[in-house]
Design a protein around this ligand. Structure first.
Ligand SMILES: Nc1ncnc2c1ncn2[C@@H]1O[C@H](COP(=O)(O)OP(=O)(O)OP(=O)(O)O)[C@@H](O)[C@H]1O
Length: 227
């Protein structure tokens, strides 16, 4: 269960937003932190083939995102910052079933997995509720549940707690922390990433620190002395 990022650079037109990124992600909980515009979301999108790098390559469990994008996307779930972009169906249960139908899962199995997901995430009472009328925290839970129900091997989260109040931030933080999968979380929430196995710091498209959470967070904080 490895994600290999080899000699990766990325450009949007003339703008180079990632340079010389070489990383092998073996740890179970990896976080990516750094300033606004430092390339974190771009990096996250490379991990499941939402973006293909303009230089170098990314391999997930040996699969190249450039050549085997579809297989990679099945292995790597992606949770967007804004759940509204991810919630596609009218009701909560239909939204959870949507990806499973698309993957060709049998109807009984879909029913079972949707019921399990509703129970696991405390969403049972919202089964037939209009998804767009959920609260922000509930929508984020639904977006996460809709990815997990597909049983990916790795899950990438792009700023999963940014829009949440403290209670929901802690709730989502615990859920992420307790997941059995390999996870990669992009975040500005230093409390969320504090217990992670590895924290990678980006600045100006480069990896500038990479190590245990305490060391990397200290390096990041030291880069930004109080004004
Ligand atoms: N689709 C795109 N087209 C053009 N430029 C883009 C695109 N996506 C991102 N960029 C640019 O790439 C740079 C890195 O953006 P990215 O979203 O990866 O940063 P980030 O570290 O996630 O930032 P933030 O913390 O603000 O979310 C930014 O300068 C951004 O404007």
């Amino acid at each position: 269960m490895t994600i290999e990022v080899e000699g990766v650079g990325h450009r949007f037109g003339d703008r180079r937003v990632l340079h010389d990124v070489d990383l092998r992600l073996d740890e179970r909980r990896v976080a990516v932190i750094g300033s606004n515009g430092s390339g974190k979301s771009t990096f996250a999108r490379l991990l499941n083939g939402l973006l293909v790098p303009t230089e170098g390559r990314v391999r997930v469990d040996g699969l190249d995102t450039r050549k085997q994008g579809k297989a990679v996307r099945r292995r790597v779930g992606f949770v967007f910052q804004d759940p509204d972009v991810q919630i596609v169906m009218p009701t909560v249960a239909e939204d959870l079933a949507f990806g499973l139908k698309h993957h060709g899962v049998a109807r009984d199995e879909i029913r079972r997995r949707v019921s399990d997901a509703l129970a696991t995430h405390g969403l049972e009472e919202f089964r037939d509720h209009p998804a767009h009328l959920l609260s922000g925290g509930q929508k984020q839970l639904l977006a996460i549940a809709a990815v997990l129900v597909l049983e990916p091997e790795h899950v990438v989260f792009d700023e999963p707690t940014t829009l949440l109040d403290l209670r929901n931030r802690r709730r989502i933080g615990k859920l992420i922390h307790d997941l059995p999968q390999r996870i990669v979380v992009v975040s500005h929430d230093l409390e969320l990433v504090a217990g992670f196995d590895r924290v990678i710091v980006f600045d100006g498209g480069l990896v500038v620190a990479d190590g245990p959470a305490e060391e990397s967070i200290a390096a990041y904080v030291a880069m930004h002395p109080p004004l």
